[in-house]
Design a protein around this ligand. Sequence first.
Ligand SMILES: [Zn+2]
Length: 245
Amino acid sequence: MSGHLETIVSLHKTLIELTAANQRLNSIPEWMSELHEEHSEKKAGIEEVEAAAATADQERREAEAELADAQETQKRYQEQLGQVSTQREYGALLKEIDTTKSQISASEQKALEAAERKEESDAKSAEMREAFSDLDGRYNAELAKWESEKPAVAAAAKQLETSADELRAAVPRNTLVLFDRLYEHCGGEALSRVMKMEVARGNAMWHCAACSYNVRPQILVEIRNEGSVNQCDSCKRILFWEDEE
Ligand SMILES: [Zn+2]
């Protein structure tokens, strides 16, 4: 596996740039992140109040259904009053009617309170929406600006993809398999730079920048002179050398 290190290094760089371009495409850009946060927060606040209004409305409907049921029962009891024959039955029925009456009054109260809560929430959300409209307008303008910038970023990503494909085609299959496996395993950090460390005057040692494990001088020679693909003995990343400026 020699002579392809330079291509592997270029491929690695291209993939990092491609990942960054794709991330840019799929996220809110830095310059509008503050506005995005404010917008999301205010919007969530409005949605919360609107959800409370919907809940109150649901509770009102339930209370009204309970009320209708109780009124129906009440009507039935009233009709039965004329049919009872004993004082005891009459008394028992009057007691039922009383109970139903309190149910009716409780349901009416519940329905009324829920309707009031709905009205309050509606008023609050309308007020919030009005205050939100300016922010929303600014946000949509920035969003439109970002949308207009996206095609250029997408084109750059496409170009990087093409470059990556070309570079991949120039690398032997076994090297490519090794690189891909490391790339996946190390979360994109498939390569590691060889670092030089002066140990004494005129003497140096070399080690892997990722894991600090020693790199034998012979390996360094192969990397620098032949561009061969060598892995760190410890972390297994592909080693490369970068000349200091
Ligand atoms: Zn290492």
